[in-house]
Design a protein around this ligand. Structure first.
Ligand code: HEM
Length: 387
């Protein structure tokens, strides 16, 4: 099972095992699932584009619920990525045929997601249980075999480790409303533990997973036939679209806005998240500031709990930075042209030609902004003396 991929997969929480993922659509959509299920083979034998050209334009109206829509988005997103990149880096498709573009667009509108493969597709919606003991498998895969699978499954395990932290964040907000200092502290401890678990889980990412998570150049974007004559530029799936980390940033009042555009990039990534996730981040961001609350209540326990939480997020980002260095920046460790195409049709941060320096500046900037949110002894003491 997943044991081949990861050293010691953590057991799945019970509530997770009880969720059965959607893997089927009404029979009318069989052609989508046939293509998506055989994607690796169809890309490797270069048959996918021809089959897409023969595909009928299906009406997405028979998709009746959220889960079917998410599965359809995932399938159409995979087929789209395969279609665009079938011939490799140097010959990406510029026009998405109507049989793909039209239903993908409609499904995306109903979900409030962009018509491109997102992190919410490849990581959050692309798993199924392989056996009752909780081993997971992907629903759809790209060429790139175990690397591709390992990358998605480990990302999913990291997200699962974040779930108790999201609950902790909500507990903090609730406790703050009624000035329950112990409640805030308990919630923060939960978030800290979750961030530590995320980092531990992240370590399951093997160096042998070779992939290109950055976006290759498709500077002119993609024309969605029948929908827009102008090419549309969208970002590729990236863990920067993970809503969990942005929720923690919002809770801990970590601000990334500055002249380098980091904040704008991270805010833009919210457009690639499911609307309910985006909404939660926005609600947390406009809530009264937890940091100011803590500064105004001279409780050293609370200060410590807050700082432990921020430090755990700094640690997670430092670990991520090191991983990125090993995967992307270190020369000679470039992924093969047709690795795992977790790619978009626009550029996010151009790592090519700069030796990855702009990427490192970005990631370090994000980490440093996190660090700056720590409450220093001087700040807490000066507030105390004001009181
Ligand atoms: C080998 C594994 C990974 C690599 C090579 C990698 C690479 C990158 C790159 C290149 C970026 C810059 C933004 C972009 O180009 O889209 C980024 C950002 C980001 N990644 Fe990863 N990533 C990996 C795994 C993960 C995992 C498992 C997570 C956890 C969910 C994660 C969370 C993030 C976040 C939150 C950002 C936005 C910057 C921030 O908020 O700190 N990454 N990553």
């Amino acid at each position: 099972g997943n044991r081949e991929l990861v050293d010691a997969p953590p057991p799945l929480p019970r509530h997770f095992v009880l969720i059965v993922s959607q893997t089927n659509l009404p029979d009318y959509y069989r052609v989508w699932l046939d293509l998506a299920n055989n994607l690796t083979h169809l890309i490797e034998t270069r048959k996918l584009r021809d089959l897409v050209h023969k595909m009928p334009v299906l009406d997405p109206h028979l998709l009746s619920n959220h889960r079917e829509l998410r599965l359809a988005h995932l399938a159409l997103g995979f087929i789209t990525m395969g279609y665009v990149w079938q011939e490799g880096h140097h010959a990406p498709a510029q026009i998405l045929p109507k049989a793909l573009a039209w239903p993908f667009w409609q499904v995306s509108c109903r979900l409030g997601l962009p018509p491109i493969l997102t992190y919410a597709d490849t990581v959050l919606a692309n798993w199924k249980l392989k056996d009752p003991s909780g081993n997971m498998d992907l629903i759809f895969s790209f060429p790139g075999g175990e690397s591709c699978k390992g990358f998605f499954i480990v990302s999913l395990l990291v997200e699962m480790a974040a779930s108790s932290g999201i609950r902790g964040a909500l507990e903090v907000m609730r406790a703050m409303k009624i000035s329950d200092l112990i409640g805030i502290q308990k919630g923060l401890v939960k978030v800290t533990q979750s961030l530590k678990k995320m980092k531990e889980t992240f370590k399951l990412m093997h160096r042998k997973f070779k992939l290109t998570p950055d976006n290759p150049m498709l500077p002119r974007g993609l024309v969605y036939e029948g929908l827009s004559d102008e090419p549309i530029l969208l970002s590729g799936g990236s863990a920067a679209q993970s809503s969990a980390i942005q929720c923690f940033d919002a809770l801990l009042c970590i601000r990334h806005e500055d002249e380098t555009g980091k904040g704008a990039f991270l805010t833009r990534m919210r457009d690639y998240m499911p609307p309910a996730h985006r909404q939660l981040i926005e609600t947390l961001s406009v809530s009264p500031s937890l940091r100011d609350f803590i500064l105004s209540h001279s409780s050293s326990d609370l200060c410590q709990a807050f700082n432990a939480c921020v430090s755990a997020l700094v640690d997670l980002r430092s670990y991520h930075l090191n991983t990125v260095t090993k995967y992307i920046i270190v020369p000679g460790n470039q992924a093969p042209a047709m690795g795992c195409p977790l790619r978009g049709v626009g550029t996010v941060l151009n790592t090519r030609g700069t030796g990855g320096s702009s990427l490192m500046v970005f990631l370090k900037g994000v980490r440093n902004a996190t660090q700056k949110t720590l409450i220093s002894e001087r700040q807490s003491v000066s507030r105390e003396s004001e009181m």
